[in-house]
Design a binder for this molecule. Structure first.
Ligand code: ZN
Length: 156
């Protein structure tokens, strides 16, 4: 799970999120954020909920929410569900790309193993395609954790 990117106490981040929320606020016609104190607390709540979501994922999630044609101000959790779905799509694409790089490898033909000769003896070693995919795994998009659905709690 990803680390926090946004800090609710950082005035720069608060300004960024306040501007980020504006289009949804306008689209939904909410007046909830007109009061400055309410606005600060609301923006901070949004930051706490979305602290680990990268800026480009937030923007794509907002684009999707606005494309739905909202008639109410979304809550932070509404946007976070979109963010988690976007990151999940990216993770799937990332791992599909990695899998096909291995499958199409001309050296191991997807087995991830290749033979090298050391002092006249053949050794099986991991193919470079596998090694590079493992090395790149650190770059895979980090999953966004969502709170358990209310139904899950009731089932316990
Ligand atoms: Zn290979």
């Amino acid at each position: 799970v990803a680390d926090a990117i946004w800090n609710a106490r950082d005035p720069e981040h608060v300004r960024h999120f306040a501007a980020f929320l504006k289009p949804m606020q306008r689209a939904s016609g909410t007046r909830r954020l007109d009061d400055e104190l309410v606005a600060l607390e609301t923006v901070q709540a949004w930051i706490l909920t979305l602290a680990e979501v990268p800026a480009d994922v937030l923007e794509e999630a907002r684009r999707r929410v606005l494309a739905e044609g909202i008639t109410w101000m979304p809550r932070p959790g509404d946007l976070k569900r979109h963010c988690a779905a976007i990151v999940e799509e990216r993770r799937r694409a990332y791992y599909a790309g990695a899998a096909s790089r291995i499958a199409e490898c001309p050296r191991c033909f997807g087995s991830t193993w290749t033979e090298v000769e050391i002092d006249g003896v053949a050794h099986s070693v991991r193919c470079g395609c596998f090694v590079s995919v493992i090395a790149l795994e650190a770059n895979a998009p980090k999953a966004i954790a969502l709170p358990a659905a209310p139904d899950d709690d009731e089932a316990r």
